[in-house]
Design a protein around this ligand. Structure first.
Ligand code: NDP
Length: 282
């Protein structure tokens, strides 16, 4: 089964990724849902959402095992991302965490490895580990998550810090603070931003303004939220769904362009930031 071709954006390294991928947080937490979640991820791959985002943190490793099942036999189709916890992000700890993620995912490499958020370990130690993991072939690229502009500037000061390939952050209609300085800064550096929780974990979907735009265009609120995030250049989104029907809706959002009237109505309900605010996180 194939859906519309999903637009792609380029990483600084030159390789491209689809603007819509799939999140996995909270998958594998309820055994009865496991089969449907695997089916949803596999359908997402069929529909072109071939980027899958997971983390060692999710369900204490069980989510990575589920992703391993979902991509079994299809590894080469997938751009696979996992994340190291800050508490593991020393040089040795990062290598050990990566080995454990690879075992759970039953693969020999990650396409992207992210520092989940900045902790107390000096950044250079984590970067040293990422460089070594790349040399070993265990990871193909690395990036960061929940980094505000000042964190990225700190990263820029570290030898090899410029090799960062993405910053994964909370960005959606209800969380527009990155528009003030993070998104413009990243665009200037050609650094793609990956929007997590693009539907605010589902909370945006009952908002009257989102519903209004959805009804007028005969699309779903989820599609409004996703198309809104994807209106920005160099931004991709990783919605999570464990339901096949919703995955189908989400994939179709890649082809939706919101009109100036839609965008104005959404701006009124969710104003763009007029001053710098710290990056929000979940
Ligand atoms: P999302 O904004 O993707 O929302 C997920 C929720 O929306 C789920 O409850 C899902 O339910 C529901 N949903 C999905 N599609 C639809 C639809 N079409 N219609 C109605 N409801 C829908 O939130 P997440 O927090 O999961 O963010 C996405 C991903 O980002 C995560 O899964 C994770 O991979 C990553 N992430 C990264 C973080 C970081 O710190 N780096 C932090 C948070 C998330 P159902 O599954 O039942 O369809």
């Amino acid at each position: 089964m194939y859906g519309p071709v999903i637009r792609r954006i380029a990483l600084p390294a030159g390789e491209t990724i689809p603007v819509l991928g799939q999140g996995t947080w909270h998958m594998a937490e309820i055994p009865e849902r496991r089969k449907a979640e695997i089916g949803a991820l596999r359908l997402g791959l069929d529909l072109g959402m071939t980027l899958i985002d997971t983390a060692e943190m999710y369900a204490e490793g069980e989510t990575e095992r589920l992703v391993g099942d979902a991509i079994a036999g299809r590894r080469d189709e997938v751009f696979l991302i996992s994340k190291v916890l800050p508490s593991h992000a020393t040089r040795r700890g990062t290598t050990d965490a990566c080995a454990a993620s690879l075992r759970r995912l039953r693969t020999d490499r990650l396409d992207m490895y992210l520092l989940h958020w900045r902790g107390s370990t000096p950044l250079w130690q984590t970067i040293d580990a990422f460089v070594e993991l790349k040399e070993r072939g265990w990871i193909r690229h690395w990036g960061v998550s929940n980094f505000d502009v000042m964190d990225l500037i700190d990263l820029w000061q570290i030898p090899r810090g410029l090799d960062v390939q993405t910053d994964q952050v909370l960005y959606n209609l209800a969380r527009r603070s990155p528009e003030y300085n993070l998104l413009p800064w990243c665009r200037e550096q050609n650094l793609p931003v990956m929007s997590y929780s693009p539907m605010e974990q589902g909370d945006l979907l009952s908002h009257p303004a989102v519903r209004g735009v959805a009804e007028r265009n005969d699309i779903t609120p989820a599609q409004v939220a996703l198309a809104w995030v994807l209106r920005q250049p160099l931004v991709c989104a990783i919605p999570k769904s464990g339901s096949a029907a919703r995955v189908q809706q989400n994939a179709a959002a890649a082809a939706i362009r919101l009109s100036p009237q839609d965008l104005t109505e959404l701006d009124l309900a969710f104003p763009s930031p007029i001053e710098a605010r710290p990056l929000e996180t979940l």
